[in-house]
Design a protein around this ligand. Structure first.
Ligand code: UTP
Length: 300
């Protein structure tokens, strides 16, 4: 795995949501542990952080946190069994997840919203800019986004959010940005943000997706942020405060992502992610594509 160097070294991964869209699978298991082919979704996210040079990872966990911690920890018993069997390939796969990054955990007592989850990271993060990666948002490893965001943060200071152009009819599912162009095709200056606006009130079709590089000033703003939509402390509301008053923590820029992204917290997108990634795998892809072709032709 190649690693680029950046000033930003800490990543925060909120994974304390209830995952109600995936019940009953998420009754006793965090949704971030659901497998995408043969790795839990969260491992792709940690790998993405490490590839962008962020090897200090703080995971914000809630109830059912054990599987998340265990996945990134050593499993000596299993490792020994595989070693005794001489199964080096599987042993390497097991060891990979525990060697990936320096993992830290903090507990979010009650799931009081994404903004509250980010605030739980304040003591660990300190006063440096840091990245936030949502545990159920999967960015295709071939379309690097985070490294571009850290680059923009280093150029302009302040905070950087990831945006994606969506069909205006589905903007009500996302946070939405009012933004002005900059000299760079994939970078905009954000002036306002709205959480899940209707198509009529949405200032653009630029939807916020689950990657952020934040100035630590966001913590002070979050402490003052009242519960918003759904009674939760919304990260978008705090970012809106930062965007409308750059004296608080610098400007807010947006990187417009045009690559492949899957919301693995959504059942349809989760299935699409598995099919796509399985098709592209060298080991599984050829057989799976053949099967899929004949399945689709029988069904159509
Ligand atoms: P979602 O909006 O997807 O909510 O959270 P959710 O509870 O996880 O899932 P559904 O909608 O009930 O199915 C976005 C991200 O923020 C984290 C989630 O774990 C997810 O990565 N989150 C959300 C927290 O860590 N804490 C919270 O209080 C809320």
């Amino acid at each position: 795995m190649t690693t680029s160097r950046t000033r930003i070294s800490k990543a925060v991964i909120p994974a304390a949501g209830l995952g109600t869209r995936f019940l009953p699978a998420t009754k006793a298991t965090p949704k971030e542990m659901l497998p995408v082919v043969d790795k839990p979704a969260i491992q792709y996210v940690v790998e993405e952080a490490v590839t962008a040079g962020l090897s200090d990872v703080l995971m914000v966990t809630g109830r059912n946190k054990r599987p998340l911690e265990d996945h990134f920890d050593r499993n000596y018993e299993l490792e020994q069994v595989l070693r005794d069997k001489g199964d080096g390939t599987k042993l390497a796969r097991v060891e990979e997840s525990s060697d990936l990054a320096t993992m830290h955990y903090v507990r979010q007592g009650d799931p009081r919203g994404l903004g509250h989850a980010v605030l739980c990271a304040a003591p660990h993060v300190g006063d440096q800019p840091f990245a936030v990666l949502l545990g159920d948002d999967l960015i295709d490893p071939r379309d690097p986004l985070l490294a571009r965001m850290t680059q923009i943060q280093e150029q302009h200071g302040g905070s950087v959010i990831a945006l994606m152009e969506v069909d205006p009819a589905s903007i009500h599912l996302y946070g939405c940005a009012a933004a002005a162009p900059t000299g760079e095709d994939d970078v905009v200056k954000v002036s306002d943000l709205m959480e899940k606006p209707s198509a009529d009130e949405a200032p653009s079709n630029l939807a916020i997706i689950g990657r952020y590089v934040l100035d630590p000033a966001v913590f002070e703003v979050l402490r003052k942020t009242q519960p918003g939509r759904g009674g939760e402390i919304q990260l978008t509301d705090a970012l809106q405060a930062l965007a409308s008053d750059p004296s608080l923590g610098g400007p807010v820029h947006g990187v417009v992502f045009r690559g492949r992204r899957y919301d693995t917290g959504d059942r349809g997108d989760y299935l699409r992610a598995i099919v796509r990634l399985a098709c592209e795998r060298e080991d599984l892809g050829p057989d799976f594509r053949d099967w899929l072709r004949s399945y689709v032709s029988e069904e159509m």
